[in-house]
Ligand binder design. Structure first.
Ligand code: URA
Length: 267
């Protein structure tokens, strides 16, 4: 995405602030992924518009190959390996490495973001750039951490895409579709008690809704029966400070929702 498009997208994103009260109909189940460009909410981690653009694969680069079969039944080790070797879309051609996820595999909270940015592509861990710092602060504010500790306070963080889109452009529908089985399997393996979906790509993937974040936030959704809270992407918040208060409300809703869950049956 070119910078002028990012600017346009950010303006559109600011229009997401409409508040729709609780009780709005649940999202339509599962239309095809078809994503319109609106928020560019990884823009905060994107290179400055005056810096040289990221190298993109030459048009003559070999066509995308494939994702290993059997993702839906893989355990952690096989899944990691499958992600690391995935060539199912063209993003594999420009990545330094894949970014699988971080956190305790027994975590009770799952955070789903969008895609690796430059720092994540370098370090192999989600949310380590500026938006990651904000995410860590947001999590800390409600007593959560990606570091080792008590599972009810721990998060597992994963993205809808495991490879960095060149220049931090928005994920494309084909890329999201190819990568989605990995995220689905991660969620199945973690079995989180609550999911926080950050930004429109996470929301579109998990809820199959094209409603703006501003219309989906503020109430509890479900992903495969698991309560799911929608909120703004940290990168979007870095550029739209006026929405931080809403994000705080979302975190509080998530914390209250988690606190109200029935106690887990002991093993
Ligand atoms: N933005 C995301 O959505 N994920 C990351 O890992 C980094 C930035």
């Amino acid at each position: 995405m070119r910078w002028t498009e990012r600017q346009r997208a950010l303006l559109e994103a600011m229009g997401l602030r409409l508040w729709v009260p609780a009780g709005v109909a649940q999202p339509e189940p599962l239309p095809e992924l078809a994503l319109e460009s609106t928020t560019a909410d990884t823009a905060a981690d994107a290179p400055s518009p005056v810096t040289a653009p990221e190298p993109t694969p030459p048009p003559s680069a070999p066509a995308a190959a494939r994702r290993p079969a059997g993702v839906a039944t893989m355990g952690w080790a096989a899944l990691r390996e499958a992600v690391a070797g995935c060539t199912a879309c063209k993003l594999c051609q420009g990545r330094r490495q894949t970014v699988f996820g971080v956190g305790n595999e027994q975590a009770q909270w799952m955070i789903v973001g969008e895609a690796p940015g430059e720092q994540e592509d370098r370090q192999g861990e989600p949310f380590v750039g500026k938006s990651g710092q904000l995410l860590d602060n947001m999590l800390r504010s409600i007593g959560l951490t990606r570091s080792p500790g008590e599972p009810s306070r721990q998060v597992y963080i994963a993205n809808t895409l495991k490879c960095r889109p060149p220049g931090n452009r928005n994920p494309e529908p084909e890329e999201l579709a190819q990568c989605e089985p990995f995220l689905i399997r991660q969620i199945e393996l973690i079995r989180p008690r609550i999911i926080l979906a950050m930004g429109r790509f996470a929301v579109q993937s998990l809820l199959r809704s094209h409603e703006p974040i501003g219309r989906l936030r503020g109430r509890v959704h479900r992903y495969q029966g698991v309560p799911l809270i929608v909120t703004y992407h940290p990168a979007y918040l870095l550029r739209n400070l006026e929405d931080k208060a809403r994000a705080w409300d979302d975190l509080c809703l998530a914390r209250e929702t988690f606190a109200a869950l029935p106690a887990e049956a002991s093993a």
